[in-house]
Design a protein around this ligand. Structure first.
Ligand code: GLC
Length: 417
């Protein structure tokens, strides 16, 4: 597997935004009556949902300031925007239909503005694109008669309709891959509604390879993809290949003020540490409101994460998975001969790390204050006598003053190799 920027990016921003955000409705799912995985999702008549597109006019949308700068302050390395969700509405200018931002009072190409902003802040860019389209007549569009949504009983197209839909889909993808410069990630979704053969997934994949050879894709283009995308979940064991957990701050993807189930900033920080410790990336979702601003409850939490990252980003960004779970009760990451220990609980007395080459320990310190920490080492008695480079146990004193209320980080340096 060739190394890419994605392998150690560790932190990205997912942005779920659409015309439904004007009303505080979740993206797409309200129009099919909701879904089990989104407890606060509304149920909205289909016509009413789609009509909402006509008034979309995000006056305060300022991706440079509000989005990209924030992402940069958070230490995020990449961003993924929903340029088309299952509701079929395109946030980009497209020749393939009139169901796009171009035909709203706002008119401007939101995707272009987003790309410019992120790129100018050095953030890699990705596009979320739903394969399924509940608005397109040939898909075919979801109707009131199809409610409630059932995964095992979906409206099916005729062969002619499907042919036309696939042409439409490929043409939109081609626009995205040719009109907007280099795209770092194409994040597909909605693939569960058809088979890999119906999607002609390998043709799509080939087209991406041909138009943008460096563009990565997730596993939701059925049967293809460069990385796994566990949703709302940290895998118990790190997957064998690249992976990225996507996670919401509350229980909704799009802006939904009825959902007050916010995670705490500390929970978000701990999730980031755990994901990095297992060698994955965290794609943390934000849900802009209809005007383009992030909701205050999300900003409040992200500011805490950002303040934490000011001191500790070094232990997350650009690192590899750290120690094995049996070696340390917490998560940890690694950069060469340096280990970062994430204390996700307050120690009673000391903390211990097992299975380290104890003769090679060069220093132990607190990352935030640089304060050297007292430590002792030991190994099996006979090893002390016979083995010049034994594996043993490191026990570190953690003074109360070094405890960070969100997550303390300890740096253990081994001698250079
Ligand atoms: C799901 C949902 C969707 C959301 C996505 C993000 O598959 O359909 O609403 O965009 O997950 O991972």
């Amino acid at each position: 597997m060739q190394k890419t920027w994605f392998d150690t990016a560790r932190f990205g921003m997912f942005i779920h935004w659409g015309h439904s955000s004007q009303q505080g409705w979740e993206l797409s799912w309200p129009l099919v009556g909701g879904v089990f995985s989104l407890p606060y999702c509304q149920d909205v008549p289909i016509n009413l949902y789609h009509q909402n597109a006509h008034t979309f006019n995000p006056s305060a949308y300022s991706p440079h300031e509000a989005w990209a700068r924030f992402a940069q302050e958070l230490g995020m390395q990449y961003a993924i925007l929903t340029v088309k969700h299952h509701d079929g509405f395109a946030l980009f200018h497209t020749q393939q239909s009139e169901f796009s931002i171009e035909h709203t009072p706002y008119r401007q190409d939101i995707v272009q503005q987003y790309l410019d902003a992120m790129r100018s802040h050095g953030i890699r860019v990705g596009l979320y694109f739903s394969l399924s389209d509940w608005h397109h007549l040939d898909y075919p569009a979801f109707t009131e008669a199809d409610k409630p949504y059932r995964f095992d009983r979906l409206p099916q197209p005729s062969p002619q309709q499907w042919q036309r839909y696939l042409e439409f889909l490929l043409a939109q993808l081609r626009e995205l891959l040719t009109n907007y410069g280099e795209i770092d990630v194409l994040w597909f979704d909605g693939g569960w509604e058809r088979t890999p053969e119906q999607w002609r997934a390998s043709d799509i994949h080939q087209m991406i390879r041909q138009l943008q050879p460096r563009c990565l894709t997730g596993d939701r283009l059925p049967g293809c993809g460069d990385f796994d995308t566990p949703e709302q979940f940290i895998p118990a064991h790190p997957p064998a290949r690249r992976w990225e957990t996507c996670l919401t701050i509350n229980e909704s993807w799009g802006y939904n003020p009825t959902d007050r189930q916010f995670k705490t900033a500390r929970q978000l920080i701990h999730t980031l540490c755990e994901v990095a410790g297992k060698g994955g990336n965290l794609l943390l979702n934000v849900s802009p409101m209809g005007n383009g601003e992030f909701p205050p409850e999300q900003v409040e939490r992200l500011e805490v994460v950002s303040a934490w990252m000011k001191h500790y980003a070094e232990s997350i960004i650009g690192t590899e998975a750290g120690l094995e779970a049996w070696q340390f009760y917490g998560s940890s990451t690694r950069r060469g001969q340096r280990y970062y220990l994430h204390l996700l609980m307050q120690p009673y007395d000391t903390i211990s790390v097992r299975g380290l080459p104890i003769k090679q320990i060069a220093s132990v310190r607190s990352l935030k204050t640089n304060q050297p920490l007292e430590y002792t080492t030991r190994c099996a008695i006979l090893d002390t006598l016979q083995n010049p480079d034994p594996l043993g146990e490191l026990t570190i004193q953690i003074p109360k003053g070094e405890i960070d209320p969100n997550a303390t980080v300890i740096v253990v340096d081994l001698l250079p190799r």
